[in-house]
Write a protein that binds this ligand. Structure first.
Ligand code: PLP
Length: 371
């Protein structure tokens, strides 16, 4: 059987930057959730995205959790979030005993529909916060969302877990809201094996997040706690991997774009195929190349044909309002995300793929149209 082609797998630098930083952590015995790599990774990432400060945490999910806490979301509060996303966007809302209200996508961006958001504001004028997601590295239409949030005086959190390296009108995604979060899970555009980052221009709030993330230890010789704490800090070993990966982020974005354009060129004219929307204001990171199908060939046909040849692909995220655990919460919108889920497929977008690998994928998919 031919070598497996992955959807998106870890890709360490050819130069071995990651090993160098990890070695430094070993050599200095900073095998702990603090040290030079943690401090530097925070600084380097903040610089890269153009944010004033950053807190390195154990996961993107932890970052969303502490962002919600930092904007004051607590028991009984309402938080708007997109229905078309990974469950990690929503779970922290429940951790805070708050209530999610799911907002539909639009076809122009695949992300939160600004009109549906306005509708939701009318229905729930007392909402506490809005979370937006930049799905597959495509940015949400931020001007409209930011304007809405300002008008209603509501905190905005950007789940940029999938969009590190993506820009909206020249500005990095994750830096429009009160807080932005990034993820370094194994399948993301760069990875630390697992980890996350919270960014914000409010330095004192980031300082507070670091405090919560290290068990809320007050300044005292003994162990003194006046607040609930969490063990959410990133380890210095993991941060070393992150520093190395950050150096190749631009290369990874370039390759992801190459993969997307390859697919679009080869498959874009097939009957019923439509690729994910690239708007003029959007500079995506093309994390996963995705398309929808409206003809006779169905997403399941594509996924099965690829799987037979040892190639990984998957459906678009299943909307949260259709999930057994979340269906009891309200949903505002129509059937856009449901349609995207039913008709969409994410193609293998691994940056280690060669042109031969891409040819292999394309040939199998084309075969479904010309059997
Ligand atoms: C991966 C992901 C997360 C969670 O990040 P972790 O680091 O795995 O906790 C959150 N939101 C979205 C949209 C993601 O894709």
């Amino acid at each position: 059987m031919a070598d497996r082609i992955f959807l998106s797998s870890p890709h360490m630098s050819d130069e071995g930057y990651e090993r160098e930083y990890v070695k430094e952590a070993f050599d200095t015995n900073w095998i702990a959730p603090l040290g030079v790599n943690v401090n530097q990774f925070e600084k380097e990432l903040a610089e890269k995205v153009g944010s004033k400060s950053a807190a390195a945490l154990s996961s993107g999910t932890a970052a969303i959790h502490l962002a919600l806490k930092a904007v004051g979301v607590g028991e009984g509060d309402i938080v708007f979030c997109p229905t078309l996303t990974f469950s990690a966007t929503v779970n922290p809302i429940i951790y805070q005993n708050a209530t999610p209200v799911f907002i539909d996508s639009d076809y122009e961006t695949w992300n939160m529909c600004p009109k549906a958001l306005e509708e939701a504001f009318e229905k729930y004028p007392n909402v506490k916060a809005v979370i937006v997601v930049h799905l597959y590295g495509l940015s949400t239409d931020m001007d409209k969302i930011v304007e809405s949030c300002k008008k209603h005086n509501v905190a905005l959190i950007e789940d940029a877990a999938e969009s590190l390296g993506a820009f909206y009108k020249g500005r990095h995604t994750g830096t429009f809201g009160d807080f932005g979060i990034f993820s370094f899970n194994g399948n993301k555009i760069i990875t630390t094996s697992g980890g996350g980052m919270l960014v914000s221009d409010h330095e004192e709030r980031i300082e507070k997040v670091r405090f919560w993330a290290t068990q809320s230890r007050d300044q005292a010789r003994h162990y003194q706690h006046s607040e609930l704490g969490y063990n959410y800090r990133m380890s210095n070993v993991v941060a070393g991997i992150g520093r190395g990966q950050l150096k190749v982020l631009d290369q990874r974005v370039e390759k992801k774009k190459y993969i997307f354009e390859f697919y679009k060129r080869e498959l874009g004219a097939l009957d019923g195929v439509k690729f994910m929307p690239i708007n003029d204001w959007n500079d995506p990171n093309y994390w996963l190349s995705s398309m929808t199908l409206s003809g006779n060939v169905r997403p399941i046909d594509v996924m099965e044909a690829l799987e037979k040849e040892n190639i990984e692909s998957r459906p678009i995220w299943k909307p949260m309002h259709m999930q057994p655990f979340f269906e009891k919460y309200d949903f505002v919108g129509s059937n856009v995300s449901e349609n995207l889920f039913e008709n969409g497929v994410c193609l293998p977008s691994d940056t280690k793929m060669t042109d031969e690998d891409l040819e292999r994928v394309v040939k199998i998919i084309k075969g479904l149209w010309f059997e």
